[in-house]
Design a protein around this ligand. Structure first.
Ligand code: ADP
Ligand code: MG
Length: 240
């Protein structure tokens, strides 16, 4: 069984690709409302770990518990239905559709049609996109697209949100906006967030705790101040 204070927990989670172990017996846990950053050098297994949690990949061994239930064999779409949402590294809004039409895609899975407009307005207000209601998503700035995607994820009313490098390529100002939104989603909505991020300054701004992956294993875990000061982390990750 799983510890019920944890929204998500993995036990001995393992993924092998041929002879390569990308995820090496990972025991991980996160609580509701916690914002965890996942850091580590290129090839450490960060994306693979998130893909195991969403069900994009099947583990070679181990279990995933979510909200007290074993979801290890559950298909992706059923995980989404239970409140696990994923924001991929590459923006995946529909560029030819308007902002409101993009939001309609997740909304139609969770609310009745007569509530679409009210809920769309609420979400666009929150993510500062109300003026872009009718704008084709392909014409949005990169930061606006990222906010739309996070809005689309929130439309599903998730309990766990997984984000792969949400501020990659954004300006300082856009990055600050995303940082504030992610903190609110954790603090006000009580959503647990796992955020893969390279930018250690961004990590310091948003994270409650940090998990450092290296060679597919958890190398260190703790508060950001501790992680940042750890000489071994500096050596493997910060290149110092
Ligand atoms: P990170 O996101 O931390 O950069 P990844 O999870 O993408 O790391 O990759 C971890 C390791 O697994 C790397 O050595 C990578 O080459 C390998 N890997 C990832 N996906 C696949 C795949 N589909 N097939 C084979 N090897 C893969
Ligand atoms: Mg990656």
């Amino acid at each position: 069984g799983a510890d019920s204070s944890r929204i998500l927990q993995t036990r001995g989670l393992r993924k092998e690709f041929g002879g390569l172990t990308a995820t090496d017996d990972v025991d991980f846990a996160i609580e509701a409302g916690e914002l965890r950053c996942l850091i580590g050098p290129n090839g450490a297994g960060k994306s693979t770990f998130l893909n195991l949690l969403t069900g994009q990949l099947d583990p070679t061994a181990g279990e995933i518990y979510y909200n007290g239930a074993d979801i290890t064999g559950l298909p992706s779409h059923e995980r989404v239905g239970r409140g696990i949402s994923m924001k991929f590294q590459v923006p995946s809004v529909y560029e030819g559709l308007t902002v409101a039409q993009n939001l309609r895609i997740p909304l139609q899975q969770v609310v009745e049609p007569d509530a679409f407009d009210a809920r769309t307005r609420e979400i666009l207000e929150r993510f500062d996109l109300l003026e872009q209601w009718g704008t084709v998503a392909g014409e949005l700035s990169h930061g606006q697209q990222q906010r739309l995607e996070i809005g689309m994820a929130m439309a599903m009313e998730p309990k766990l949100m997984l984000l792969d490098e949400p501020v990659a390529g954004l300006s300082i100002e856009e990055t600050a906006d995303i940082a504030e939104l992610l903190r609110e989603i954790a603090d006000d909505d009580g959503v647990a967030l796992i955020v893969i991020e390279h930018d250690i300054d961004f990590v310091e701004t948003i994270a409650d705790r940090v998990t450092v992956l290296d060679g597919g294993s958890i190398f260190r875990e703790g508060p950001i101040e501790e992680i940042k000061a750890d000489p071994e982390v500096k050596r493997i990750y910060l290149g110092e």
